[in-house]
Design a protein around this ligand. Structure first.
Ligand code: NAP
Length: 245
């Protein structure tokens, strides 16, 4: 029984490792956003399925026995499609959903519901902003061109909608010491990030706390109800339980 892992996260890669080590067949699916995804211990496929209907067709054609949605918490369209396609085909679905980050002592966070609200908060004098939101939605900040933006991306982005920015090409996970040094090097005064949760991207928040820098943190999009595991180990146990192991 093949497990389809919807990937693009550190957790999806880790789950692929655990399934391979357990001898359970799996396919890891990427959207194809990065030019050279990491090598994986299970077969991979790259590119969209063609909406929920396309995914349902894929599940049937490939004889997929279960789906684990291990996409990023902000990949809402893919997650909605997975819920719809699994319901339509009767395929068991589990979402690997890392808990959202919560502020602790020393954090200077402002939580906002979406990108637009984050951009609206930047309406003010020039700052040096670490805009840690990936590549896709930078245009939401085009209306605040007075700031200097530090962007950290996996691949070179091509034309950017922001007139004054520095590009840092790097692939996570990152550690707090590196992120602290990065912020000091670029004279960062404010961080804008998505509330992704998990360990791989948390370093920037730890670094911000160490440097007492303010953070604008964007809440996750709402998703339909679905069974959820918080860790890769829990997701592996779900696969084993399903097999009666
Ligand atoms: P999205 O808006 O939810 O997805 C848009 C479309 O991309 C989906 O409808 C689907 O196309 C395709 N797609 C997305 N994830 C896919 C996957 N794992 N395998 C095959 N097709 C996929 O997603 P997104 O925000 O663009 O994110 C794209 C990918 O980057 C995801 O795999 C996600 O895990 C990863 N990622 C996203 C973020 C983020 O902040 N959004 C951050 C880190 C990593 P069809 O409808 O044609 O099937």
């Amino acid at each position: 029984m093949t497990t389809l892992i919807l990937g693009g996260t550190t957790e999806a890669s880790r789950l692929a490792e655990l399934l391979a080590a357990a001898g359970l067949p799996a396919v890891l699916s990427y959207a194809g956003r990065t030019e050279s995804p990491r090598a994986q211990p299970v077969p991979t496929r790259i590119g969209g399925f063609g909406g929920a209907e396309g995914l349902a067709r894929y599940l049937k054609a490939e004889g997929i026995g279960r789906v684990i949605d291990a996409t990023h918490p902000f990949a809402a369209q893919m997650s909605r499609n997975a819920v719809a396609a699994c319901a339509a085909t009767g395929t068991p679905l589990l979402a690997l959903e890392r808990p959202a980050w919560q502020p602790g002592p020393g954090d200077r966070w402002t939580m906002v519901p979406d990108l637009q609200a984050a951009a609206a908060l930047l309406d003010g004098p020039r700052q040096r902003v670490f805009l840690a939101i990936g590549r896709q939605h930078l245009s939401a900040f085009a209306g605040q061109p007075q700031h200097h933006y530090l962007l950290r991306l996996v691949d070179p982005p091509g034309a950017l909608p922001l007139p004054d920015c520095t590009l840092e090409l790097a692939r996570g996970p990152f550690d707090a010491a590196q992120d602290r040094a990065l912020m000091l090097r670029h004279g960062i005064t404010l961080i804008v990030a998505k509330n992704a949760g998990g360990a791989g991207a948390e370093a920037k928040l730890t670094a911000a706390r160490d440097l007492s820098l303010p953070v604008i943190l964007i809440d996750r999009p709402a998703l339909p109800p679905r069974p959820v595991a918080a860790t890769v180990e829990e997701a592996l146990r779900w696969c084993h339980a399903d097999l009666g192991v």
